[in-house]
Ligand binder design. Sequence first.
Ligand code: PEP
Ligand code: MN
Length: 343
Amino acid sequence: MLILMNSDHTKADLEAVLEKVRALKLKPHVIPGAQSVAVGITGNAGALDPREFTVLPGVRDAVPVTKSYKLAGRDFKHGDTLVRVGPYEIGGKGFLAIAGPCAVESEEQTLRIAKAVKAAGAQLLRGGAFKPRTSPYSFQGLGLEGIRILAKAKKETGLPIVTEVLDQRTLEQVAEVADVLQVGARNMQNFALLKELGRLRKPVMLKRGLSATLDEWLMSAEYLLSEGNGQVILCERGVRTFSDHARNTLDLTVVPAVKELSHLPIIVDPSHATGVRSRVAPMARAAAAAGAHGIMVEVHDDPKRALCDGAQALPPSEFKALMGDLSKIASAVGHKMSPQKAK
Ligand code: PEP
Ligand code: MN
């Protein structure tokens, strides 16, 4: 249920609505809007009677919300969510690039690549310190040492950091350095982790699960939002299908679908979606054309020796050329490449 307040409602009117919701043992969410305030209600098992609210002073209307996700949907919030990351806002009409190695391998490698992606125009630096690998025998990341290296890369380049948090155990330490906490595809439905992240006041990038429907994905976002964290960025990274010519199938139709159904920003990861270097730039360009709010792409300056995902890493020169294309494509569809603001 969404309670729409009159534009001339008083503070006391709003307070009475919140009280009424709490009295029903439900959770109110105040949503400021351009014209007036709305109050979203979550926690009800069945339908609520709109008259319970429309009789209250200052209330314009009470509309049932039929979707299973509520806070993540456009019913609850019409305007686009802008997620603040350092000096940037992700969402709306903006476009930006998150770039860097799949994994933090050493201080030298990370600083080198961080400087290279910065010179190529990237706004944010990515790099995994805790890596979710299919095989327990593969490189698992440098762990906390990797987080320390990312902190150094941030200090030297000024680029905000996007890095994955694998579990609750390491959340605090990762959150100290990360500007955006990445939830990997394999953790999209790790509800315990999502609840913890929902209690933080830090941007979270939620990658789409390997076989997740759009509804399931938005329900995972709902876990974050319902705990009070509205700073959520969605990331499409390809899904499993019968197609075997690529690592995954990049589902670009999900970009306009997300933008219709949700106010949350959506970015695209063409690296994990394709798994092959030659296909990364074409799919990144397609993502910009489809209206994504940005891309996240893996870049390595010595891909043959990369400890993880070298086959899909772009060398810095190719990434730089791609940035030029993206700027033009984004503006052709009404988005604007954010100017780099790192020091
Ligand atoms: C990553 O971006 O580092 C990663 C592991 O991606 P995904 O969770 O999409 O496989
Ligand atoms: Mn990778």
